[in-house]
Design a binder for this molecule. Structure first.
Ligand code: DSN
Length: 423
C-alpha cells in the first residue's frame, strides 16, 4: 500500500487528495462552486458540463503523452489513447455528418490557427466578420495572430438592421478576392446563411471556413442549420452550447484532411490533451442523445422568450431579438455603459459580459452593451417562466437606483431561483 502524507492510500479508495495536499486551492474551488451554484450564469459562451464530462477530463489520461494520431504515435503505451481518440473522432463525425474530424485542438483559437495554416500562406487575404460587429479575435483582428500573419479584412453588419448584409458582403468579396471567407461570430444573435456565403466563395474563388464555436450545440441538436454541406473547413470549441470540456475540434472535407491534421500536429501543437479528448468523446456521446436535441431547442425557446420579455419592457435589442442562444442589449437608451451594467448585474446575482455594439462610441473596456446567454441556465433546467422572471430582475437592476441594499435584495431573489434548479 502507498502512503500519501502519512495516510494510507489504496487504489480505488477515495482519499480526497486535494483537500489534503492543497487546502488553499480546495477553498477556492468551494468558492467557485458557490458562485456557479447561486448566481445566474448568463455568459453566452459558458455552460455546465456534465459530471461524466468532468470525470473524464479529470482522469488519469492527464498523465499520458500521445503525440501523433491513433495508430500512428511517436510514443509507446498509446493503446487506450488510440481507443479514446478514435471514439471521439467517430462520434463527432457522426454527430455532424462530416467527412473528417480532428479532435486535438486545445482551443477554438488553436483550431482556427491550424485551419488557416492548412488553407493559407502568410500574407494571403482573409475576410472575416468585424470584431466590433460580433466577430472573433481570431477572424482577423489586427492585434491577433490572424491579423498579423495574414492580410485581414473585415465585413460589417448592416448599419440599421445589424444583420449580415449578404449583398454588401458579395460586393466586398468580388472587389477584394480573399483567399478565405470566414463565417461565425461571438456576438451575433441571428441564423447565419451558410448557403449564401458558399455562393460568394464559389463566385470569388475563396475557401469557406465556418467557426461554429458558439452554435455547435445548436447545430448538433438541430436548432440551427448546419454548415457541413457548404464549408471547406469548420472549426469549433466544445465547451459552449455543446456542453463539453474546454477545447476545440476541426471538421473538414476529406481533401483537406491531411493538411488539417499536419497543421494541428506538428504544425501548432505538441502532445494532445488526452484527458480532454476523453471528455470530448463523452460530450459527443451526450450530444447524440435525444435529450440533447430537446436541450438545443429549449435554448432557442428560452432565448426568444427572454428577448420578447425584454423588448416588452422597452429594452433596445440588436436585431430586435434572437434566433439562437444569445441576446445583445444596446444600453445607450438606458443611459448606462456595458461595464456599469455588467458590474451591477453581478452584484444583483446575474453574471453577464459587457459587449461592444457595432460602431460603439465607447471602447472595449467600457462598451455600450451587454451580451446575455441562456445555455447554462437552460442546462440547469430553467424554462420560459423563469425567463420572464429573469427579465424582471435585469430590468430592476439596470433601471434601479444601483444601491447596495437594492442589489442585495435582487441577489437574494436570484439565489432563491437558483436553489430551485440544482446543478
Ligand atoms: N471568449 C469567447 C466568447 O465569450 O464568446 C469567444 O472566444
Amino acid at each position: 500500500m502507498l502512503q500519501l502524507q502519512n495516510k494510507p492510500y489504496k487504489e480505488g479508495v477515495s482519499v480526497n487528495p486535494l483537500a489534503q495536499v492543497d487546502p488553499e486551492i480546495q477553498e477556492v474551488l468551494k468558492a467557485e462552486i458557490e458562485r456557479e451554484r447561486f448566481r445566474l450564469q448568463m455568459i453566452a459562451s459558458e455552460n455546465f458540463s456534465s459530471p461524466a464530462v468532468l470525470e473524464a477530463q479529470g482522469s488519469i489520461f492527464t498523465n499520458k503523452y500521445a503525440e501523433g494520431y491513433p495508430n500512428a504515435r511517436y510514443y509507446q503505451g498509446c493503446g487506450p489513447s488510440d481507443r479514446v481518440e478514435q471514439l471521439a473522432i467517430d462520434r463527432v463525425k457522426a454527430l455532424y455528418q462530416a467527412e473528417h474530424a480532428n479532435v486535438q485542438a486545445h482551443s477554438g483559437s488553436t483550431a482556427n490557427l491550424a485551419a488557416y495554416m492548412a488553407l493559407l500562406q502568410p500574407g494571403d487575404k482573409v475576410l472575416g466578420m468585424d470584431l466590433a460587429d460580433g466577430g472573433h479575435l481570431t477572424h482577423g483582428a489586427k492585434f491577433n495572430f490572424s491579423g498579423k500573419l495574414y492580410e485581414a479584412h473585415s465585413y460589417k453588419v448592416h448599419p440599421v438592421t445589424h444583420l449580415i448584409d449578404y449583398e454588401a458582403l458579395a460586393k466586398q468579396a468580388r472587389e477584394l478576392k480573399p483567399r478565405l471567407l470566414i463565417a461565425g461570430a461571438s456576438a451575433y444573435p441571428r441564423i447565419i446563411d451558410f448557403a449564401a456565403m458558399r455562393s460568394i466563395c464559389d463566385e470569388t474563388g475563396a475557401y469557406f471556413l465556418v467557426d461554429i464555436a458558439h452554435i455547435a450545440g445548436l447545430i448538433a441538436g438541430g436548432a440551427h442549420p448546419s454548415p457541413v454541406p457548404y464549408a471547406d473547413v469548420i472549426t469549433s470549441t466544445t465547451h459552449k452550447t455543446l456542453r463539453g470540456p474546454r477545447g476545440g475540434f476541426i471538421l473538414c472535407r476529406n481533401e483537406f484532411a491531411k493538411k488539417v491534421d499536419a497543421a494541428i500536429f506538428p504544425g501548432v501543437q505538441g502532445g494532445p490533451l488526452m484527458h480532454v479528448i476523453a471528455a470530448k468523446a463523452v460530450a459527443f456521446h451526450e450530444a447524440h442523445q435525444p435529450a440533447f436535441k430537446a436541450y438545443a431547442q429549449q435554448i432557442v425557446s428560452n432565448a426568444k422568450v427572454l428577448a420578447e420579455e425584454l423588448l416588452s419592457r422597452g429594452f433596445n435589442l440588436l436585431t430586435n431579438g434572437t434566433d439562437n442562444h444569445l441576446i445583445l442589449i444596446d444600453l445607450r437608451k438606458e443611459n448606462m455603459t456595458g461595464a456599469d451594467a455588467a458590474r451591477r448585474l453581478e452584484e444583483g446575482g446575474i453574471v453577464v459580459n459587457k459587449n461592444g455594439i457595432p460602431d460603439d462610441p465607447l471602447g472595449p473596456r467600457i462598451t455600450s452593451g451587454i451580451r446575455l446567454g441562456v445555455p447554462a441556465i437552460t442546462s440547469q433546467g430553467m424554462r420560459e417562466a423563469e425567463m420572464h422572471q429573469i427579465a424582471g430582475y435585469i430590468d430592476q437592476v439596470v433601471r434601479g437606483n444601483g444601491e447596495a441594499a437594492e442589489l442585495e435584495k435582487i441577489s437574494n431573489s436570484v439565489r432563491e431561483l437558483c436553489e430551485r434548479f440544482p446543478l
